[in-house]
Design a protein around this ligand. Structure first.
Ligand SMILES: O=C(O)CCC(=O)C(=O)O
Ligand SMILES: [Fe+2]
Length: 305
C-alpha cells in the first residue's frame, strides 16, 4: 500500500517548498486522514529510549504496575491490563503537558522511565505543534491559527504493550476506534497498526518504518475543519512473531477549552456540522456511555440524531 509521506525538511526550506509541503499535508489529511512523517527532528536514541522505558515498565511485577491501576478514565495516570472480550492490551496512560505538573505522578520505576519518556514527550510535543500549525495553515486558516491555545493545550501519552499472538480471529490488540484530539503521533516497535481506508472502508496495515512516525487525525480536528478532514478509525492486530510496544502522543486543547468549527470555514453553503466540545466533555461522554452507543464524534454531529 502507498503510505503518504511528509518530509519535514521542506518546512524550513524556501517558501515554494513549504507551500508544496502544505499541499501534500492537506491532500494526505483529506484523502487518508494519516501520513508518515520523516526528518521529524526526534532522534533515534530518544525514540529507542522511550520504547525501552515502556518495555521495562511492562516487565515490572504485577504489584509495581498495579499501583497505577484504575478503571476511572478521568485519572491523569492510569494502568489497565488484561485479556477480555477478545482483546489483549496493557496500557499506561498519563498526561504529559505541562510536564512539570504531571511527571512526579509517573512511575518512579524503572529508574530511567521519567527521564526517557519525558524526553520523548517534549520532542513529540514540539513536533505536534509544528504539524498542527502546518495542518491548520493547509486548511486555509492563517499561520499561527490557535497557536496560543495549542501551546497551552493538553498532551496525553498512551503507552501500550501487546502480547505476541498468531490467531487474529481469536484475539486482537485494540478494537476499532478514533482518538479524541487534533492529532496523534504514534511510535511503534513493529507492525500491528491498521487503519480504515476513507474510501473503500477496508483495513490497511501501516508498516513499521523505524525512522518514521505515524500521524493521524483525531475527532477534534474533524470538528474544527467542519468535516473537511475526517478522524481516522484505526485498530491493532497482534503480531504473530513478537510482543509489541507503541506510544501514542495525543494532542488537543486544554481540558476545559471547547473546540468549535473554525468560523472562517462556514458560510451559507457550509453550515456548522458539529457541536462544540472539550476534552472533559469527551471524558464525561466515555464515562457515562452505555455500551454500543454512538462514538463521541457521531454524538457531536448536528442534525443526525
Ligand atoms: O498501538 C497502536 O499502534 C495504536 C494505539 C492506539 O490507537 C491508542 O493508544 O489510541
Ligand atoms: Fe488510538
Amino acid at each position: 500500500m502507498q503510505i503518504p509521506v511528509v518530509d519535514l525538511c521542506r518546512l524550513n526550506q524556501s517558501s515554494a517548498q513549504r507551500s508544496l509541503m502544505l499541499k501534500d499535508i492537506a491532500k494526505a489529511c483529506r484523502k487518508h486522514g494519516y501520513f508518515q512523517v520523516v526528518n521529524h527532528g526526534i532522534s533515534q536514541s530518544v525514540m529507542k529510549g522511550a520504547l525501552e522505558a515502556a518495555s521495562d515498565f511492562f516487565a515490572l511485577s504485577k504489584e509495581a504496575k498495579g499501583q497505577f491501576a484504575s478503571d476511572d478514565i478521568r485519572r491523569p495516570v492510569r494502568y489497565e491490563t488484561g485479556t477480555k472480550d477478545g482483546k489483549a492490551r496493557s496500557f499506561l496512560k498519563h498526561y504529559a503537558h505541562p510536564l512539570s505538573d504531571w511527571i512526579h505522578l509517573w512511575p518512579a520505576e524503572p529508574p530511567s522511565y521519567r527521564e526517557k519518556m519525558g524526553m520523548f514527550a517534549i520532542e513529540a510535543r514540539k513536533l505536534a505543534l509544528q504539524l498542527m500549525d502546518a495542518i491548520l495553515e493547509s486548511l486555509g486558516l492563517g499561520p499561527a491559527y490557535l497557536r496560543k491555545e495549542l501551546e497551552e493545550g493538553m498532551q496525553m501519552l498512551a503507552v501500550n504493550g501487546y502480547p505476541q499472538f498468531s490467531q487474529p480471529d481469536v484475539m486482537v490488540g485494540l478494537f476499532p476506534h478514533s482518538d479524541y484530539g487534533f492529532i496523534t503521533i504514534l511510535l511503534q516497535s513493529c507492525n500491528g497498526l491498521e487503519v480504515m481506508d476513507h474510501d473503500d472502508k477496508c483495513w490497511r496495515a501501516v508498516p513499521h518504518q523505524p525512522e518514521a512516525l505515524h500521524v493521524h487525525i483525531g475527532d477534534h480536528l474533524e470538528v474544527l475543519s467542519n468535516g473537511e478532514f475526517k478522524t481516522l478509525i484505526h485498530r491493532v492486530v497482534l503480531n504473530p512473531d513478537t510482543r509489541r510496544i507503541s506510544i501514542a502522543s495525543i494532542h488537543g486543547l486544554s481540558i476545559d477549552e471547547k473546540v468549535s468549527t473554525a468560523k472562517e470555514l462556514l458560510d451559507g453553503q457550509q453550515p456548522k456540522r458539529y457541536e462544540d466540545s472539550s476534552f472533559r466533555d469527551y471524558l464525561d461522554y466515555l464515562h457515562w456511555k452505555i455500551k454500543n452507543q454512538r462514538s463521541f464524534i457521531d454524538s457531536l454531529k448536528i442534525g443526525r440524531a
